[in-house]
Structure formats: C-alpha cells, structure tokens
Write a protein that binds this ligand. Structure first.
Ligand SMILES: *Cc1c(COP(=O)(O)O)cnc(C)c1O
Length: 480
C-alpha cells in the first residue's frame, strides 16, 4: 500500500512546479502578455473570421503539453477570434478595456487562494471587499448603513437587488398576482430575467413611457401608479436606469424617488453602466438623486475598466440584504463568530467564490482615483464631440445629445431603404474589423450606437470612427 501511495504521489507531484519550473512558466506567460499588450494599439477590434475551432484539435488528454503550445492555442483560437474588448477602437455594447493591474490582482488572488466568502476564514480579504463596497457607497452618497456585494457582473447584482426588494416587501403567494413592477422599454433585459428567476413572473409589469430623450416619463409613472392603487393593486417596485445600455439615457431620479417614496415602492436603480460617472463633475449633475434609491447596481467591469467578472450591488439599508441572504448550515458552525464585519456569504447566494476584491483594489490603490475621474470625464466629452461632428457630417442624423457616453445615430441615404442601408453599414464595419460599433432598435428603427467607455479610447479613435463611418457610407452609396 505504501509503495502505491508513493507511486501515485510521484505522478501527482507534477501539479506542483518547483521554483525553476515556475520561473519558466512565468517568463513565457509574461512574454505572451507583453506582446499582447504592446499589440493592442495596432490590432483590430474584431476578428470576424476566426471561430476558435482549432481548440478541438487538441483535446483534454492524459498527458500535458508544454506552455508554448498552450499559449499558441490560446493566441490563435481565443485571443484572435471574435471581438477584442481590450481595443480602444472597440466601441460596441459597453466597453471597459481591462486594466493591467487587475490581471495582477487576479494572479495574486489565485496564488494565495484566500477564502473570501467568510470573515473568519479570510478577515483581510473580506475587509478589503467591504472597504470597496463602502467606497462605492461613499461616492454614490449612500449612508453608512449600506451593505453590498461584489458580484460576477451587473446581471447577478440586479438579480440580487430584486430578490432583496421581493423579500423586504414580502411578495409571495397570493400577493404576486396583484403586485406591480414599473420599468421602461429601455430597462436592461437582465431585469426581465431576474424577475423570471425570482419567481416574480406572475407580477404585473408596467412599461412606463419614455420622453424624447428615452428617459422614463415621471408624470406617466405617477399616473400609472395612482391608477393601479385605485384598482386595488400593490405597486411595490420601480426600476430606474442611470445610463441605459441602448442610449445611455439617465432617468429623472429625483422625481422617480419622490413618486416611489409617496407610494411606498422600493426604488432600484440600475447604474451598471452609468454609476461610476458620478466620479466626474458632469456625471454628478446628471446622476443627482442616485442616492435616493433603495438599491443600486454598478459594474466595475464596465466604467471602472476592470476585466470582465466584477459587478456590484449596494443596498441602502444593508440589514435588508442580510435578512434576505444570511443562512445557517450545521457544518458552517465555526463561521458564526459575529464580528464587526459582514461576510459576502451572508450577503449573496454565493458561498465559495472568487476573491474578486483584489482585482478592483489593486488598480485603485496603484493609480488612485484621479485618473479614473479624468478618463470618465474624457469619455463624456468624446461622446459630445462625436455627436457634434457626426451631426455636421453630410448624410448622418444623430439621436439626442448624450446624457453620458453613448451616442445613437443613423445614415439617411438619399434614396433606397434606410433600414437596409444602416444594416449594411454596420455589417461592413464589423466585417472590416479595424473598429467595432454595434446597433440597436430605437423607436422601431434600426439604429447605430457608439459607446465610448474604455480607458483606451481617445480622441484619435473617435476621429478614426468618424472617418470610417463617412468612408464606408460613401462606399456603400457608390455601389448601391
Ligand atoms: C451591462 C448592463 C447590465 C448587465 O450587466 P452584466 O455585467 O453584463 O451582467 C445591466 N444593466 C445595464 C444598464 C447594463 O449596461
């Protein structure tokens, strides 16, 4: 038996490279990442012709492969296929970029593998995450009673907000069918999914009209809620957006907060994209009233430029989040040393989780807040610049002046079908790959949008975007 154990251990020891082996692995990974990072400025924003299929030619098997082979597979099949969200020329959806120190934070978090679910297991890691949540509460104007959670993204953070609202307002059983949720057609679809996942599909969902700038019409909200109350229904949840994904529009938060308070509704604010603009003077104006919500979501992996994998939920009365998520299990009895810090496992459905605080803490500590503030302010001005330049550009019509950093626009061809023309225009640009923009439906029309929110996007990229749009539209016109 002992011999067999030794034999197994001999093979298993491959799992622990020694210092020299680690150094060789690090050298190659560092060289790869340096080459990647140096190449971002000149690389395309989209690799439309690579689909990653080559990975299947190297199946998972009993024996390992050397790191250089693994990196070659990664490069060809993963890093050079599809969209490159690291590119400053990527302006589709909501870009973020991916800060380098976050990669180092992930590396360090993985090396030490702190158990960040519970304070008793990793007091420093939990304090770090709580400190980041407090910082976010602070910048948004939430009080010290707030609690929150770093999630994997905005969708999960929104889900957790809706669970908290549901539990706080006791929406269950018979109550579901006569309870009402208010949102708009521009509310992010993850809210609809969250309503489904939380078992609230049976509630009544009222799509409140928006104004010409795609912001929730507060007077309409007041009327619908009054009508619902008169009909004996139970209005309980209002969803406001502080920066819709479609157009970047910010709902009138102070008016909505008034209405929600008067009607005893929970006000949730989805600021996944827009929230961090509160760091800027321009954003602070437009986001006035964000602190009047009962819960809010912001996505560090969007407008704090982190690599994907970090969203955040804040609940103003943190006890409500705790009451909804704190649970007991016999085998966790060691964990119940109620100390001065709440633990992520008591504030979310996750137990064992990624120590995602480190990827947020490290860049904030190394850079300080000032460069983030400047980068976000720069984005707002770049969006205004793009909006103005495109408006002056023959053939293009633009949407409203941007609230934040998303600009909507379309080309109006002198003849032919405008819908088809704009579809071709975006397809051609995406296929070309140098830059990447995306599209949406607005007022029932195919509409193009530019989202300027990567720390790597600067004035030269916006000028490039204007050039590419004009030349591609011109080319299409010539050939139509
Ligand atoms: C991106 C986004 C979400 C979803 O967040 P994920 O991080 O993609 O899960 C929700 N709401 C808004 C307004 C968003 O922009």
């Amino acid at each position: 038996m002992i011999d067999h154990i030794h034999e197994l251990a001999y093979i298993a020891r491959q799992l622990e490279p020694d210092q020299a082996q680690r150094q060789r692995l690090l050298d190659q990974v560092v060289a790869y990442s340096q080459e990647y990072l140096n190449g971002i400025a000149s690389s395309p924003a989209n690799f439309p012709n690579q689909d990653g299929r080559g990975l299947y030619d190297s199946p998972i098997s009993e024996d390992g492969i050397p790191i250089d082979k693994a990196l070659a597979l990664l490069k060809e099949n993963v890093d050079q296929s599809g969209i490159a969200p690291t590119s400053g020329r990527f302006m589709g959806y909501i870009p973020g970029g991916a800060l380098f120190p976050s990669a180092l934070g992930d590396y360090l978090a993985a090396v030490a593998n702190r158990y960040a679910g519970y304070y008793f297991a990793a007091p420093g890691a939990v304090r770090m995450e709580n400190m980041l949540v407090s910082w976010m509460a602070d910048i948004t104007g939430y009080p010290a009673t707030a609690a929150g959670n770093l999630t994997s993204g905005g969708s999960l953070a929104n889900l957790l907000a809706i669970v908290t609202a549901r539990d706080t307002r006791g929406i269950s059983g018979d109550k579901i069918g006569r309870s009402v949720i208010y949102l708009t057609e521009h509310t992010h679809h993850c809210i609809d999914k969250a309503i489904h996942v939380t078992g609230l599909n049976g509630t009544i969902k009222r799509q409140v009209p928006v104004d010409t700038r795609y912001r929730l019409d507060a007077a309409a909200l007041r009327r619908v809620i009054a009508a619902d109350r008169a009909a004996g229904l139970n209005p309980f949840l209002v969803i406001a957006s502080a920066g819709t994904t479609n157009t970047g529009s910010v709902d009138p938060l102070p008016d909505i907060a008034d209405i929600a308070a008067q009607n005893d509704c929970w006000l949730h604010c989805d600021a996944a994209y827009g929230g961090f603009f509160i760091l800027t003077p321009e954003g602070r104006q437009i986001l006035t009233g964000l602190n009047l919500s009962d819960s809010l979501v912001m996505d560090p992996h969007k407008t704090l430029f982190l690599p994907y994998g970090t969203g955040a939920l804040l609940v103003k009365d943190g006890a409500k989040l705790y009451e909804s998520q704190n649970w007991d299990a016999d085998y966790m009895q060691d964990a119940h040393d109620k100390l001065d810090e709440l633990s992520p496992a008591e504030l979310s459905p996750e137990l064992t989780k990624h120590f995602r605080g480190l990827r947020l803490w490290l860049p904030l500590k190394l850079f300080g807040v000032a460069p983030f503030r400047a980068a976000l302010s720069e984005k707002i001005h770049l969006a205004r610049y793009f909006h103005q330049k495109l408006q002056e550009s023959a053939g293009f019509e633009v949407g409203p002046e941007p609230d934040l950093s998303v600009v909507t626009y379309r080309y109006r061809p002198p003849r032919g079908d405008a819908e088809a023309f704009n579809q071709q225009l975006i397809k051609k640009i995406q296929q070309d790959g140098r830059l990447y923009f995306s599209s949406t439906q607005l007022d029932g029309r195919f509409t193009l949008r530019l989202a300027i929110s990567s720390f790597r996007t600067h004035l030269e990229h916006i000028d490039e975007a204007l050039d590419v749009l004009q030349s591609t539209a011109h080319h299409l016109l010539q050939n139509s």
